[in-house]
Design a protein around this ligand. Structure first.
Ligand SMILES: [Zn+2]
Length: 217
């Protein structure tokens, strides 16, 4: 392993950013100390995309300690039987140990992870990325079967994919039991990169509704 090159501009950026964080840390020392000494008690389990442009704490104004996050390419929740221990373990831990009572699956517009297999593009089954992207196929099949016209196709696939991931959450025993007992809420949200809005899927209306009254019409 090469040691860190302090003159690398990307590393320099991170170091300078860290310097600014340390100043903030000093100002809010009591808060950060309390995080270190208390058990975490996040409000939400947030399952979002790895996309660097979509930052969960930023779009929800969450402080450290408020979101327990799973981020992966295309905000995938593999079905329980797919035996992805990374996602399954975080779900079980969030519910069983942290007492989280709401789970948000949040996708976003312009998601490259969904775009990748649009229009019948095939993923290589022999690499990690190809196998992972195959979790987006149910949404692509739905959009293809519905013959959604070109300008809306990607957005429809992104929305359908979020709904499928919420369904997949219910394949996990702890999630199913929590929802059936009325103790756990599962939510499908969409972050609209162009406007900054968050939309929530309302399953009783079959519609996506803005979370904020300030949403752009
Ligand atoms: Zn994405």
């Amino acid at each position: 392993m090469r040691s860190t090159d302090w003159n690398d501009p990307d590393i320099k950026d991170a170091v300078e950013g860290h310097e600014r964080f340390k100043q903030q840390f000093e100002r809010d020392k009591a808060f950060y100390r309390s995080l270190a000494t208390r058990k975490q008690k996040p409000r939400l389990l947030w399952i979002g995309c790895s996309d660097s442009r979509v930052v969960p704490a930023q779009i929800t104004s969450a402080d450290p300690g408020e979101l327990f996050e799973i981020r992966n390419i295309a905000n995938v929740v593999p079905p329980a039987e797919a035996a992805d221990d990374s996602v399954g373990a975080a779900i079980e831990y969030a519910i069983g140990h942290l007492g989280v009572d709401d789970i948000v699956v949040c996708g976003h517009t312009n998601c490259g992870g969904i775009q990748a297999l649009m229009d019948g593009a095939r993923a290589a089954p022999d690499d990690h990325l190809g196998r992972w992207l195959s979790f987006t196929l149910p949404a692509h099949r739905l959009v293809a079967a519905a013959r959604v016209p070109e300008p809306e196709r990607l957005l429809k696939a992104i929305k359908a994919h979020i709904q499928f991931q919420v369904d997949n959450l219910l394949t996990y025993k702890r999630v199913r039991e929590g929802v059936e007992a009325g103790k756990l809420g599962v939510h499908g949200w969409l972050y609209v990169m162009e406007t900054g809005d968050l939309l929530a899927y309302d399953s009783s209306l079959g519609e996506w509704l803005p979370l904020s009254r300030r949403a752009e019409p």
